[in-house]
Design a protein. Structure first.
Ligand code: GLP
Length: 260
């Protein structure tokens, strides 16, 4: 795991650099998109580069991590709509190139299996953007999730529903109770995981993810078993790390040719 501690603008630039490299070097790049507030600066930065520097997504495909179940198609917080608003329609993805799990399908198990097949059909995800919940969830893999899980239906914890109530007029009752989410096993198959976390409310989850024992109680800890993970943190999110000085030292002294 590489840990980078910087201000949130620098973090967004670093993540955008990694995505730009992929877009400029791969014939058919596949990007994993996350919702939540953490990736928003990255999407702004990519949009700026698309507008000002001609960075093109026309040859890329994208896959979302998760989707609410039981939310109206036109609800602004339906993750499909969030991704369209925050990134998909701001750049030049080809029609049909941005995929998401179908949370409104009648047969959710079939929709989950179909989504897994689509990811494999695209050649797998090259770079997956991730956030982390305050309880260590990734996508919607709540504590107790199998660390080998695949795309499936999950119940949201009350903690996650309360955390996300801010997107639903502050009313936790409006937050759906179910979702479809890529599993931890699905996420672990992406070639490069780029997780961004900011703010002191993420500090404990970040500490557990990087330095705690691997446990389904903190699903993000399974990232310790992935060969290529970049964790982008602001000072507040990094504030509980035991080896913070070492991560800073390692990043400041890494060879210049070594990208994220
Ligand atoms: C939601 C999403 C996750 C996201 C998490 C943290 O539960 N399903 O993908 O990482 O929230 O969100 P935020 O970045 O807003 O803190």
């Amino acid at each position: 795991m590489e840990v980078v501690i910087a201000d949130e603008y620098t973090l967004a630039e670093l993540a955008a650099d990694a995505i730009e490299r992929l877009l400029r070097t791969e014939a058919a790049p596949v990007i994993g998109l996350a919702t939540g507030s953490s990736p928003l600066r990255i999407y702004d930065e990519l949009t700026t580069r698309h507008k000002n520097e001609g960075l093109s997504f026309a040859h890329a495909q994208a896959f979302m991590l998760d989707e609410y179940v039981g939310i109206a198609d036109d609800h602004p917080q339906r993750y499909r709509n969030v991704i369209d608003t925050e990134i998909a329609t701001r750049v030049d993805f080809a029609e049909g190139a941005v995929h998401g799990p179908d949370g409104s399908a009648d047969d959710l198990a079939a929709a989950s299996a179909d989504y897994e097949r689509k990811i494999v059909g695209a050649g797998g995800i090259d770079l997956q953007i991730l956030g982390i919940g305050t309880d260590g969830h990734v996508a919607f893999n709540e504590p107790g999730s199998s660390l080998a899980s695949r795309t499936r239906v999950k119940s949201l914890t009350q903690q996650t529903r309360m955390d996300n109530a801010r997107f639903f007029d502050g009313d936790v009752e409006q937050v759906p109770k179910l979702c479809l989410t890529q599993g931890m096993g699905t996420i672990m198959e992406a070639k490069h995981l780029v997780l961004v976390a900011t703010g002191g409310n993420k500090a404990e989850a970040v500490h557990q993810m990087i330095e705690g024992p691997i446990s389904a109680m903190w699903p993000a800890t399974v990232l310790q078993m992935h060969q290529h993970v970049t964790v982008l943190l602001d000072e507040a999110a990094a504030s509980r790390l035991q080896l913070g000085d070492y991560y800073r030292h390692a990043y400041e002294n890494k060879p210049e040719w070594q990208n994220l």
